[in-house]
Ligand binder design. Structure first.
Ligand code: NAP
Ligand code: MG
Length: 402
C-alpha cells in the first residue's frame, strides 16, 4: 500500500516522560508506515522549555494559528519538586495554560467507549462530553501572599483614569489574596462553541456555575449563556428537541451521577479540569478520554486528557515493564489527522484515522488490554500486555482492517 500523502503539516508538540516514550512508538508503529507524515516539530519537553525560556511553547501555539491543527503530547507542569529534579531556571507556567491563553476557546472531552468495559457509575449508558472553557479564571490569576496587617483592595482604572474600588479584606494578620478575570468576548465564544457542539451532537447542553455565591463573576457567565441561547439558539434547539439546562454546580454534580449520560456538560475552566478527570475515570480510565481545544477562529489542538504518567516512566527508566494505555494519545493523533484530511480534502487521511481508532477499540474488545482497564474489563479471557506490546497488537488489528 502506498503511503497517504499529506499537504499541510500538523503542528507536533512533543512532551515528557512516559507519554514522550509512547509518542515516538505511536509514530513509528502506527502512523509513519502508512502516512507520509508531515509535521512542524516543537519540543515541549521540559528540558527544551527551560533551554528556550519557554519560547518554544509560545512558538508552537503561534504555529497552530498559522497551520490550523496541532497534536500535543502530555507535558510536565513544573512544581517545586520538578524545579529541583530538572534543575530549572524558573518554575515555568503550564504549557496548556500558555497555549490556551494564546488560542482561547473551549476544550471538548469525550470518553472513548468500548464493549466489555463498563463504567463505574452503573446508570451511565451514554457518553458525557465535557466542554471546558479554556480561558481565564484561576489559570490567569494573580496571587499575593499577605504579611501582617493591612487592607487589600480591588481597583479598576478605566481609560480616563477613573478608579472603582472595593475592599477585599482588612487583614489583621498573614493571609493570601488572588485576582482573576475573564472577558465578555471569551465567555460569549465559549457559550457559542457549547451551543454549536450540542447541536452537532444533537444532545442536551447542561451548564452550571456558583452564581448564588459569586453574584457578579459567575452570574455574568449565566447571563451571557442565557442571552445568547434566547437570541440565537432557542429555535434550533426546539427543532431538534434538545434542551439547554442551567443549574448550580453542586446540583449539576449530583444530577450527573444519577443520569444516564448522553449530554454535553459545559464547565467553567476549573470545574472542567476537575470534572473531566472524574468523568473519564468513572467511564473507565483517564487514558480513555479524548480532548480537543477548539478556538473561536477555528484552530484545533488535539491531546490526551491525562498527564505524563510519571510513575510508569520511573519504572520504565529502571528497565521494569509498564502497562501504559496509549489510546488517548493515539486518538489525539487520529483527531488531528482526520481534521487535516477534512481541511485539505484528503478523504483517505480521514479514513485512515477512523480505521486506526477502530483498531484500538477492537484490540480492547478482543480482550487485549493495559493494566488500567483490568479491573473494569468484563471479558473472560483478557490478556494484560505491556506498553509496547499493546501498540503492536493494535498494529496487527490495523493491518487486518487495512
Ligand atoms: P497522570 O499522568 O494523568 O497520571 C495519574 C495516574 O493515572 C497514573 O499514575 C496512572 O495510575 C493513571 N494513568 C494516567 N494515564 C494513564 C495511562 N495512559 N495509562 C495507564 N494509567 C494511566 O497524572 P500525574 O501523575 O498527576 O501527573 C504527571 C505529570 O503530568 C505532572 O507533572 C503533571 O504536571 C502532568 N500533567 C500534564 C497534563 C497535560 O499535559 N495535559 C495533564 C495532567 C497532568 P497508576 O499509577 O495507578 O497506574
Ligand atoms: Mg487536569
Amino acid at each position: 500500500m502506498a503511503k497517504i500523502r499529506m499537504v499541510t503539516p500538523l503542528v507536533e508538540m512533543d512532551g515528557d516522560e512516559m507519554t514522550r516514550v509512547i509518542w515516538q512508538w505511536i509514530k513509528e508503529l502506527l502512523i509513519e508506515p502508512y502516512v507520509d507524515l508531515k509535521t512542524e516539530y516543537y519540543d515541549l519537553g521540559l528540558e527544551n522549555r527551560d533551554k528556550t525560556e519557554d519560547q518554544v511553547t509560545i512558538d508552537s501555539a503561534l504555529a497552530t494559528k498559522k497551520y490550523g491543527v496541532a497534536v500535543k503530547c502530555a507535558t510536565i507542569t513544573p512544581n517545586a519538586a520538578r524545579v529541583e529534579e530538572y534543575n530549572l531556571k524558573k518554575m515555568w507556567k503550564s504549557p496548556n495554560g500558555t497555549i490556551r491563553a494564546i488560542l482561547d476557546g473551549t476544550v471538548f472531552r469525550e470518553p472513548i467507549l468500548v464493549k466489555g468495559i463498563t463504567p463505574f457509575v452503573r446508570s451511565w449508558k451514554k457518553p458525557i462530553s465535557i466542554a471546558r472553557h479554556a480561558y481565564g479564571d484561576v489559570y490567569k490569576n494573580v496571587e499575593m501572599s499577605i504579611k501582617g496587617k493591612g487592607k487589600a483592595e480591588l481597583v479598576f482604572t478605566d481609560e480616563a483614569g477613573n478608579e472603582t474600588r472595593s475592599t477585599i479584606h482588612e487583614f489583621d494578620g498573614d493571609g493570601v489574596i488572588m485576582g482573576m478575570h475573564n472577558t465578555r468576548k471569551s465567555i460569549e465564544s465559549f457559550a457559542r462553541a457549547c451551543f454549536n457542539y450540542a447541536i452537532d451532537k444533537k444532545q442536551d447542553l447542561w451548564f452550571a456555575t456558583k452564581d448564588t455565591i459569586s453574584k457578579i463573576y459567575d452570574h455574568t457567565f449565566k447571563d451571557i449563556f442565557n442571552e445568547i441561547y434566547e437570541a440565537e439558539y432557542k429555535e434550533k434547539f426546539n427543532e431538534l428537541g434538545i434542551e439547554y439546562f442551567y443549574t448550580l454546580i453542586d446540583d449539576a454534580v449530583a444530577r450527573v451521577v444519577r443520569s444516564e449520560g448522553g449530554f454535553v456538560w459545559a464547565c467553567k475552566n476549573y470545574d472542567g479540569d476537575v470534572m473531566s478527570d472524574m468523568v473519564a475515570s468513572a467511564f473507565g480510565s483517564l487514558a480513555m478520554m479524548t480532548s480537543v481545544l477548539v478556538s473561536p477562529e477555528g484552530y484545533y489542538e488535539y491531546e490526551a486528557a491525562h498527564g505524563t504518567v510519571q510513575r510508569h516512566y520511573y519504572k520504565h527508566l529502571k528497565g521494569q515493564e509498564t502497562s501504559t494505555n496509549s489510546v488517548a494519545t493515539i486518538f489525539a493523533w487520529t483527531g488531528a489527522l482526520r481534521k487535516r484530511g477534512e481541511l485539505d480534502n484528503i478523504p483517505e487521511l480521514s479514513r485512515f484515522a477512523d480505521k486506526l481508532e477502530e483498531a484500538c477499540r477492537s484490540t480492547i474488545e478482543g480482550g487485549v488490554i493495559t493494566g488500567d482497564l483490568a479491573a473494569l474489563s468484563e471479558l473472560e479471557n483478557k490478556k494484560i500486555v505491556n506498553s509496547r506490546d499493546f501498540l503492536l497488537e493494535i498494529k496487527k488489528k490495523l493491518d487486518e482492517i487495512l
